[in-house]
Write a protein that binds this ligand. Structure first.
Ligand SMILES: O=C1O[C@H](COP(=O)(O)O)[C@@H](O)[C@H](O)[C@H]1O
Length: 224
């Protein structure tokens, strides 16, 4: 992946949402010039939802874009905690794009991870012997986790699988998540983070060893 390190800082929530969706629009337009069809993986959480919502109002050639999830909570599809459900309600449902939920109600969460990895291998172009997303949009937690790659968890060091069920002891739960080999193989990565605590964490990355540190040199960062 090329070194994409660029940073955009915004100074109000409205500006954050507006500029973030404009940056994403411009990246997607460039990617659509390169390929007939592109694949984008989205993070959940709450910060990106208004950005996705605004982006959905833009006139893009949505039929040429397929969307995947970066990570998911082990909850039913219609749960308010489901990343898919939340992104569906503000974004997918108004688009003519294909989109793929990680969780399937006919599969266990472990089978879901295996199934999603197979789907990604089948649908994506390959680069460096791995499937390649055109764009992955990441978020970050205050503990430095990105996707559902939390500090101290097994998935952090997984170099073999692309999507796994990851045990998160501190939350007393499991999450389904893409792993670093797949994330780092993406053509472009954008990190969207808001709030002073996250900004401080990003400023002090040299002094800590958070999961997000592995991604930092290769991203476009949008900060509020
Ligand atoms: O739990 C999660 O949190 C992170 C960060 O979410 P944010 O609302 O604080 O930006 C998110 O990137 C991830 O997809 C999600 O599952």
């Amino acid at each position: 992946m090329k070194n994409n390190l660029q940073q955009l800082t915004t100074f109000s929530p409205d500006e954050f949402v507006h500029k973030s969706s404009k940056v994403l629009e411009s990246i997607i337009l460039d990617l659509l010039k390169e390929e007939k069809a592109i694949n984008i993986a989205l993070s959940g959480g709450s910060s990106p939802l208004p950005i996705y919502e605004l982006l959905s109002t833009y006139k893009l050639d949505w039929k040429r874009i397929s969307f995947y999830l970066v990570d998911e909570r082990c909850v039913p599809l219609k749960s308010e905690q489901s990343n898919f459900n939340n992104i569906h309600n503000c974004f997918f449902k108004s688009l003519h794009s294909k989109y793929y939920s990680m969780v399937r109600e006919d599969l266990t969460y472990e089978e879901t991870a295996i199934n999603y990895e197979k789907l990604i291998i089948k649908n994506l172009r390959s680069k460096n012997d791995l499937p390649q997303f055109d764009l992955i949009i990441l978020g970050m937690g205050l503990d430095g986790h990105t996707a559902s790659l939390f500090p101290g968890t097994d998935a952090l060091g997984n170099k073999k699988d692309l999507v796994v069920l990851n045990k998160i002891p501190k939350l007393n739960t499991d999450r389904i998540t893409m792993t670093f080999p797949l994330i780092l193989n993406s053509k472009k990565i954008v990190l969207i983070a808001s709030g002073e605590e996250k900004l401080n964490l990003l400023k002090n990355l040299c002094e800590n060893n958070h999961p997000i540190s592995k991604i930092i040199p290769q991203i476009y960062t949008i900060l509020n």
